[in-house]
Design a protein around this ligand. Structure first.
Ligand code: NAP
Length: 178
């Protein structure tokens, strides 16, 4: 289920994806999914936490793709996030303990060509505190043709922001170490 506060705008996208794809409101998507992916400007996080934080805390996995970016979201929110341990720990304050940060620094336009790449898969660094949530995230990421690389707990989530060393695309080191 793809959601928007204006679900009618997603009809064209979902029609192209086939019969299993559906459109819903944000509330319907939160209700529908065992796994919920949150891909919003970081300024929306507080309101989403207020409205859906309890429901999201009960999901097995909440994938946080969102980043606090000063030029878009403002200096105040970036400072708030920094003061709360960075994106990751800050997101978990709003969305609960099953947050895993993933896909934060791969541009959306590259996902379809990067997926299932021949040879070495594209690595997706992920960070989370909940082992079960990490396991589910890892298997979903493998299923869609990427190589999940756990870099640590949510405190490491702040390094999964564009412009930090783990932003952009990476391959697993030749030794196979992650
Ligand atoms: N674009 C990329 O390639 C990319 C890559 C990696 C990470 N990210 C991160 O992903 C996040 C979204 O980026 P984007 O480029 O997709 O930005 P965007 O187009 O501005 O935002 C995505 C969607 O968020 C929804 N949204 C905004 N406020 C909301 C709220 N209060 N409740 C529910 N939904 C809300 C909007 O949907 P409606 O208005 O339809 O409700 C909007 O279409 C950012 O934090 C960004 O840093 C983006």
């Amino acid at each position: 289920m793809f959601s928007s506060r204006h679900p009618e705008t997603l009809k064209g996208l979902v029609d192209e994806l086939g019969p299993l794809a559906r459109v819903g409101t944000v509330a319907e998507a939160v209700e529908f999914g065992d796994v919920v992916m949150v891909v919003v400007p970081y300024t929306a996080m507080e309101q989403i936490g207020r409205d859906y934080g309890n429901a999201l805390a009960n999901k097995v996995l909440v994938i946080d793709v969102s980043n606090p970016i000063e030029r878009r979201d403002g200096a105040e929110i970036v400072k708030w996030v920094d003061d709360h341990g960075g994106a990751g720990l800050a997101t978990a304050k709003y969305l609960g303990p099953h947050v895993v940060r993933a896909f934060n620094a791969i541009g959306y336009a590259k996902l379809s060509t990067d997926a299932h790449r021949q040879g070495e898969l594209v690595g997706v660094p992920i960070a989370g505190d909940d082992a079960h949530a990490i396991d589910i995230a890892s298997s979903l990421i493998r299923e869609i043709g990427f190589d999940p690389v756990v870099i640590g707990g949510l405190a490491m989530g702040k390094y999964l922001v564009p412009g930090t060393p783990l932003g952009g695309e990476h391959r697993r080191p030749k030794s196979g170490r992650s």
